[in-house]
Design a protein around this ligand. Structure first.
Ligand code: MN
Ligand code: MN
Length: 463
């Protein structure tokens, strides 16, 4: 008796479906709890510096210690290296030698935003403003009329540092980039969308109260710098050696009547960094050394000494191998990596830019992206079939719901991740992460189910 068409289709077709259709009650409640913690992390870690601080605090409470170069660590030990407070690498030492290869998860913790220029402060028609220079790929028109908070540091000449965070607490003031009213926007509306708001129009309103005096000009600016001097002890010149960022001030929240999704700023890529972090914090006595790296600068190309296009990761693996008398080059050659990064979720309103058979979808689980890049697969590390097969087997064997994804139609655009920089070290790498709607917008959307599956995948890979 031959199979019916239905049986044959079940056996032979790729039958991926919405993961929520078959999720059991205990997984569903674990997912809910996990995402509550994820939302709190999003609210406390809006910049790479804040994410590094939060991650180290969490890790230390789980027994991680700062790695001393040259010290010998044994199997089961948990260490971290803090790179300039902007990138952090964690490791749990495995039973097997480092030389035999390590399992790396790598995510980035910087997100698109508005950085202050070195000379940001000015006054115009008795209003005080900050000049900004946008960081990462933003759609500039999305950033005006959004409440913003100020995060960052002033580094002073005496070597001290002042941390700044204003606008996150309910009773603190926020900041805003203003836009034209529709009544007077006829000329502006003729601009293309990419020029709707220009880079030099992303000026942040920061005050209007003049210093009370009968004489002099720039009294509003004076009052602001006096406020900053009273609060932080800084002068206008101290902006020259500062890193200050304007980010959306709103908190992470549930989206939808059914609360099945999360809306927040900076989910690209805290939505993958948080799973990589929480996964390594739960790894105990792995066979292979587990490594999780949370990196800076991905949104501007991974360049610089806190980005993954630097030798930071290479040296970290070398140091781990060297302490066992091993060879770091051999270790890298035997290592595997999940580059934890988001993909674009299929948007019901903008389906035209996607090729539906290969687009990732909300609630279909963690998304494996074999290659990114643009045009003819330019600027990507196209993961090997063999490596994808091993990741596929791992996910299926662990019952983790997953899907594949491609970033839009061929020649529609493109993008990249840290995958190729890690691949350049000789490591096997594939991208794995969460589908996102409105990626790089001030408020991005993800599905809780996919976030939780991302955590499960990261843990399975490193455990
Ligand atoms: Mn990303
Ligand atoms: Mn991004």
């Amino acid at each position: 008796m031959s199979d019916t068409v239905k049986e044959l289709k079940e056996k032979l077709f790729n039958n991926r479906k919405n993961g929520l259709l078959s999720v059991d009650d205990s997984t569903f409640s674990e997912m809910q709890n996990y995402c509550e913690d994820y939302k709190s992390f999003l609210d406390t870690a809006k910049t790479e510096r804040e994410a590094v601080a939060a991650a180290i605090k969490m890790a230390e409470s789980k027994g991680f210690v700062e790695m001393e170069i040259g010290k010998k660590y044994k199997s089961g030990d948990k260490v971290y290296v803090n790179n300039r407070d902007k990138t952090v690498a964690f490791a749990v030492i495995g039973e097997e030698s480092v030389e035999s290869g390590v399992n790396i998860t790598a995510a980035h913790i910087d997100s698109p935003r508005l950085d202050l220029k070195p000379n940001p402060l000015y006054e115009e028609i008795e209003l005080a403003l900050f000049k900004t220079h946008y960081y990462g790929g933003i759609r500039k028109y999305q950033w005006p009329t959004v409440p913003l908070s100020l995060h960052g540091v002033f580094a002073l000449k005496d070597g001290s540092r002042i941390d700044v965070c204003i606008g996150e607490k309910d009773d603190e003031p926020k900041f805003v980039v203003n836009d034209l009213l529709p009544h007077l926007a006829a000329e502006q509306s003729k601009r293309t969308l990419s020029e709707g708001i220009k880079g030099e129009e992303l000026n942040v309103l920061i005050g209007s109260l003049p210093f009370k005096s009968d004489e002099g000009s720039e009294l509003v600016k004076l009052n602001i710098i006096k406020f900053l001097n009273d609060k932080y002890g800084i002068t206008e010149e101290d902006f020259l050696s500062a890193e200050l960022e304007m980010v959306p001030a709103f908190k992470a929240c549930d989206i939808g009547f059914d609360s099945s999704m999360i809306g927040a700023y900076g989910q690209d890529d805290r939505v993958c960094a948080y799973p990589a972090l929480t996964a390594i914090l739960n790894v105990e006595n792995p066979l292979k050394t587990a490594v999780a790296i949370l990196a800076d600068k991905e949104e501007i190309g991974s360049d610089g000494n806190t980005g993954l296009n630097s030798d930071f990761l290479r040296f970290f693996i070398y140091d781990l191998a060297k302490m066992q008398g091993g060879d770091g080059t051999v270790a890298l050659r035997n290592s595997r990596c999940l580059s934890a990064d988001v993909n674009a979720g299929l948007d019901p309103t903008f389906q035209d830019v996607f090729e539906r058979r290969n687009a990732s979808r909300l609630n279909y689980g963690v998304v494996v992206t074999k290659y990114t890049g643009a045009r003819g697969k330019s600027s990507t590390s196209d993961a090997s079939a063999e490596y994808v097969a091993s990741v596929r087997a791992m996910l299926d064997n662990a019952g983790i719901v997953w899907q594949t994804g491609e970033l839009g139609k061929v020649d529609m655009g493109g993008g990249g991740t840290v995958a190729m920089y890690i691949a350049n070290l000789g490591v096997d790498v594939v991208d794995l992460g969460v589908p996102v709607l409105s990626m790089h917008a001030p408020f991005e959307t993800t599905a809780k189910f996919d976030v939780y599956m991302c955590y499960r995948a990261m843990y399975e890979f490193m455990k």
